[in-house]
Design a protein. Sequence first.
Length: 281
Amino acid sequence: MRFPLLHPRWLGTHLMAVLAALGCLGLGYWQYERAQEPDRSAITNPVEDLARATDIGALLEPGAYMPLDLANEAVRTSGVYDAENQLLSPALSPEGEEGYYVIVPLVTDDGAAVTVNRGWIPLDAAGADGAVPPVPDGEATVSGWLMPPQGEATRGYTAIVSEGQIARISSALLVNEWPYPLYEGYVTLAEQTPAETAGAASQLREIPPPDPPQEITWNIKNLSYAAQWVVFGIAVVVFWISLMRRELDERRAAREGGAGGTASPSAADGPQPSVAGATAD
């Protein structure tokens, strides 16, 4: 006998149940992914951030440890550039091309220096005249993003540094190069007053603003939708199983009922006299 749950009418039921369960689980996963997208409030506008930049002196003190939660913070500071101590630090461009960051100390009124990352130049432009425009003379005000000191793994690529270069942007190394107390970390330059005058030969590229925070922000609404779709999928499976069990139970009951309705002749006619009793009569 063919297995009852493989009857043609059941094959359609199986197909619909599988598609419905997979559809519910797929929609649940989609809502789960959407629940992890950052809220619009977490996506910041770099221009607006710079307009609200905080004075670096309000966040850090020279020589003090820089907490990691200050990374990517928009800051502002003023001072005079020490152009004689400008250095190059090996770094990759956003496209992965080898080159250098151009860093220079900005000496503030208190005699400490802020490391300013002016931009990026390609490898073959390191020694070219005019590749890096001169820094403004006199007092300058810079705005940008505060970045943590670079470690061994963040210097960009392996390079043999020569005179006028430094392996990475780190106050632990720069303190041996510059005669100033240093603020830890460095500022990626975004805006400057007075502005730099870039000549035709300049190959200094502005560094793009850092990416928005990558922490997962859970959207409770989408998360609840995901849970509902999962529950719907489970309900489909439970209903499918209950239908199959009911079908099997009904067939089993029908078979048992058919078997119980066929009685033997002796049982149907009632008790029969024993052989001994018949002989006695």
